[in-house]
Design a protein around this ligand. Structure first.
Ligand SMILES: C[S@@+](CC[C@H](N)C(=O)[O-])C[C@H]1O[C@@H](n2cnc3c(N)ncnc32)[C@H](O)[C@@H]1O
Length: 192
């Protein structure tokens, strides 16, 4: 991405945050180190990928750089300002301008290998988080994973929800160079 694009992204992001601070939850887009970390287990063989809350596309670019074809990407973004930017930048991806809590009822068109989430789960209600997680695992293949970043000290999906849905979480790394520093968790089905 060139410096002009980076400046546009920073401006669009800051303006969106100033209007909807809880929905956007960060004043700047994620940096390259977090994008690399959250996509480190993806490659061209993992099949379709759903991205939740792509914003200006920081993780979208990182997913594509891992070898996932743009037409194999399903983007779910609730913010109109971001959705119109994403449809111009990633015209071959499938874009839903919807609430990720509706994920379970979206016609994705087949199972996916991974879900990458930039959603601010810590600002959401327990019911919303449960709907997002159950919706995501409805679309994921049996050994597929959900990747979530957080600025907090723990996995942002409450233990109660993980237990209820038969899931487990594992910290896969920290991006200390990101602003703010962030951690990434892999959430997957518990082995039977
Ligand atoms: C912290 S920003 C992350 C943006 C981008 N992934 C990044 O890392 O730069 C959160 C994003 O999630 C979107 N978002 C928040 N709540 C959402 C929801 N319920 N459904 C879909 N998108 C949502 C926001 O509009 C924003 O784009």
């Amino acid at each position: 991405m060139n410096s002009r694009c980076a400046t546009t992204d920073a401006f669009v992001f800051f303006r969106a945050w100033s209007r909807k601070p809880l929905r956007v939850a960060s004043i700047v887009p994620s940096g390259h180190s977090l994008g690399r970390l959250i996509t480190q287990e993806l490659d061209g063989t993992c099949g379709p990928v759903i991205e939740l809350g792509p914003g200006t596309g920081a993780f979208t670019r990182a997913i594509i750089a891992r070898g996932v074809a743009e037409q194999n990407l399903v983007l779910v973004e609730m913010g109109r300002e971001f959705a119109s930017m994403l449809s111009r930048r990633f015209p071959r991806a499938t874009l839903f301008e919807r609430d990720a809590a509706e994920l379970g009822s979206l016609g994705i068109g087949g199972p996916v290998g991974a879900v990458v989430s930039g959603l601010p789960l810590l600002s959401m209600s327990t019911n919303q988080v449960e709907a997002i997680m159950s919706g995501a695992f409805k679309h994921l293949v049996s050994d597929g994973s959900f990747y979530q970043f957080t600025y907090g000290p723990l996995c942002p999906v409450p233990q109660k929800i993980l237990r209820l849905l038969g899931l487990e979480s594992k910290l896969i790394g920290r991006a200390l160079l990101n602003f703010p520093p962030a951690s990434v968790y892999r959430i997957s089905r518990k082995p039977l």
